[in-house]
Design a protein around this ligand. Sequence first.
Ligand SMILES: Cc1cc2nc3c(=O)[nH]c(=O)nc-3n(C[C@H](O)[C@H](O)[C@H](O)COP(=O)(O)OP(=O)(O)OC[C@H]3O[C@@H](n4cnc5c(N)ncnc54)[C@H](O)[C@@H]3O)c2cc1C
Length: 410
Amino acid sequence: MSDFSLALNEDQLQIQKWVHDFAEDVVRPAAEEWDEREEFPWPIVEEAAKIGLYSFDFMANAMMGDASGLTLPLALEELFWGDAGIGLAIFGSGLAAAGIAGNGTPEQMMEWVPQCYGTPDKIALGAFCVSEPDAGSDVSSLRTRAVYDEAKDEWVLNGTKAWITNGGIADVHVVVAAVDPELKGRGQASFIVPPGTAGLSQGQKYKKHGIRASHTAEVVLDDVRVPGSCLLGGKDKLDEKLAKAREAMNKPKHATSGKQPAMSTFEATRPAVGAQAIGIARAAYEYALQYAQDRKAFGKPIIMNQAIAFTLADMATEIDAARLLVWRAAWMARNAEYRNAEGSMSKLKAGRVAVWVTERAIQILGGYGYVREYPVERFHRDAKIYDIFEGTEQIQQLVIARAISGLRIE
Ligand SMILES: Cc1cc2nc3c(=O)[nH]c(=O)nc-3n(C[C@H](O)[C@H](O)[C@H](O)COP(=O)(O)OP(=O)(O)OC[C@H]3O[C@@H](n4cnc5c(N)ncnc54)[C@H](O)[C@@H]3O)c2cc1C
């Protein structure tokens, strides 16, 4: 008799099947079209809203309702198995929701997270805006400034955000800005920019390598004024944090000292991002496995060659290894403290596996793998982002290296 179990419960199995069916029936058939159009797939997101997959309730249940922490990664693997670009169009608001949940008060969460989703009749979007043209990995050196106008109890935001998923088309933008730039990451705070706020506009929309159905753009903040109540966590908490940071400024730095608003959001979302990468890898692996059984060369199915069969064996093994890391990290995020940056480990491994597996899938399909008529070239283009966003491969290594050594490795 042992307590250790990887068996999924009835609810989890049901959600897994429900999302898989949607991915198979609605998402996968639309994937090629929206990848080619490079536009936000509104009709598909509307379909997801109609069945309740794109909704505050689903996200709240997936993020908080399941004590095991596995529901969200399970759902995301299935959705992104369908298509990563459309998957991110459906899940992108979740980044803003996580930003609000990670830094806001319960009241702020109840007010703003539902507004990131809207209703099936009038869907809304959220965007989480951290990165800037000169500050991607180095989130401690954000230039976007937030200045408090005490007389009006308003914050004034100025700056440019880069690479923002749903940027400019979102209803709710969550913006991380420097309140005291001297304090670097510890002098930052997160703000809600409510729908229709003057001064916020979309800059350039990027033309991307992959996940092309997901909208990615610059967000320009030009004297954007938001009420004091839009500071996530509230002014008292911020003042306290700034005072502590100023006090600590001259003390020696430790790897774990200081918690930046953006970093706490990323830690919480990393296993979920890893699960997305696994969905893409699994899609490519399944396609290549079937193809290798159907395609004949030299008078026999190509899978009868060890070179191909062993590659598929490695692909299956790597996907399972990555999934186990993601499940562990998702479970730990809910049930224990991360000890050795297990969230980063899961994202690092899953991103690498997705890129490797999708590249091998192209190899197994040969010339057919390289053309757009077959989906594996799209899977490969979609996979690459998982080495880059929500912390690059090197940043995950840095976080893990600091956690295992306790040293401030640069
Ligand atoms: C499609 C897409 C969607 C995105 N969505 C969002 C979003 O919704 N919200 C948001 O805020 N951001 C978003 N991003 C931004 C993303 O998080 C950043 O691109 C990423 O963090 C990397 O930052 P950078 O592009 O400035 O690269 P840089 O930080 O300039 O890094 C360049 C290279 O240097 C390496 N490097 C940097 N520092 C170190 C170091 N200390 N040690 C070793 N190597 C290092 C990096 O690993 C990388 O290989 C998105 C990006 C893309 C492409």
